[in-house]
Design a protein around this ligand. Structure first.
Ligand code: SME
Length: 157
């Protein structure tokens, strides 16, 4: 497919529903993990213009910064630490409406106010996390958890 996205306005659900088939086509047939993660981060940034969106990848039992869009970020996160490390340890999606109220939140950027982190699987193993940060409080909800969950499943190919 052509490497450009159709970006739509409208409600969040409609934006995800427009983006997901395009991402599916973009990732289809490409097996390189980094290439696919890079395009997912870029596509999400382009559609939603979030403050920061990207991946941390499991390497030697810690999370190491992977493809992302946004300001420079912390490079390494220990298992269980911060929102990313907690999502990895618990193997669950974490929605944090106010990062100041999350014990152990790692502030890579003071502008970040709320966050959602999802585990990313390949072949049944967690290989990293998808982390999205917003400069607005309470920016993410179950709609994001559902559709971002569909998007990370596209990576497990
Ligand atoms: N806030 C995250 C760290 C990563 S940055 O937000 C890009 C955390 O607490 O895990």
């Amino acid at each position: 497919m052509a490497e450009d996205l159709t970006i739509i306005t409208g409600n969040k659900e409609a934006q995800y529903q427009s983006l997901i088939p395009q991402l599916s086509a973009l990732l289809h047939g490409e097996t390189d993990l980094i290439a696919n993660l890079a395009n997912v981060a870029a596509a999400l940034k382009e559609q939603f213009n979030w403050f920061w969106v990207g991946f941390y990848l499991v390497k030697d039992n810690e999370l190491v910064l992977g493809p992302f869009q946004g300001p420079v970020a912390c490079t390494r996160i220990q298992k269980g630490k911060g929102v990313c490390g907690a999502a990895w340890l618990k193997a669950e999606t974490l929605i944090v409406p106010n990062v100041d109220e999350f014990p152990g939140h790692i502030a890579c950027a003071s502008a970040s106010k709320s966050e959602i982190v999802l585990p990313v699987y390949q072949g049944g193993n967690i290989i990293g996390v998808l982390d999205v940060d917003s400069e607005y409080l309470n920016h993410f909800d179950e709609v994001d958890a559902k559709y971002l969950g569909e998007i990370v499943k596209l990576i497990d190919n």
